[in-house]
Write a protein that binds this ligand. Sequence first.
Ligand code: FMN
Length: 193
Amino acid sequence: MSDGNRIVVVLGSIREGRINDRVAAWVTSQLRLHGFAPELLDPADPELLPVQTGDPAAISTLRARMHGADGFVIVTPEYNHAEPGHLKTLIDSVTAEWWARPVGLVGYGGISGGLRAIEALRIILAELHTVTIRDTLSFASPWRRFDEDGRIIDPDDAAAAETAMAVFAHRLRWWADSLADARERRPYDREDN
Ligand SMILES: Cc1cc2nc3c(=O)[nH]c(=O)nc-3n(C[C@H](O)[C@H](O)[C@H](O)COP(=O)(O)O)c2cc1C
């Protein structure tokens, strides 16, 4: 039996002054509380930014950081009813690293709470042989809800988010452990499909 602990948390925004860091800080601290070992993957990292123009060295770095992950959590804003374009480019730049992995989706935005970005990502991620977790986390107007350190300011809001996270983490745990077991027993081979 394998432990699917290594979760790569992918940030969705590279915008100057982004809210993304606050939401991702909360998500990673919660994943730790639920027994995972989260690692941040920031598309604005200077080593990864050239992925946007197909730079081979940057894509190698991206692949190395994703390699061997037990699962992913994407923390994305919604831009015009979908995921940001640079997040799509990052996702498209890698193939086998995604295969047979679970992906949890956390969205945020204006009134939508990022839900349309989340649903747009499911279609893309299915093409990359991932399993997206049914349960999601959604934050409308996160700039009012998270402090600079990624803490949810209002205690009732924090309690509700922690309850939603408990369900999300429970499902992510099942898929991450189960797919780690399955990959150990039988390597995932796209040509078998
Ligand atoms: C180009 C652009 C388009 C946006 N479109 C939407 C949208 O369709 N729905 C929504 O709820 N919020 C939308 N927003 C609001 C963003 O989700 C919000 O500003 C969020 O904080 C951006 O994340 P970031 O600060 O981490 O980049 C949009 C923001 C930008 C910059």
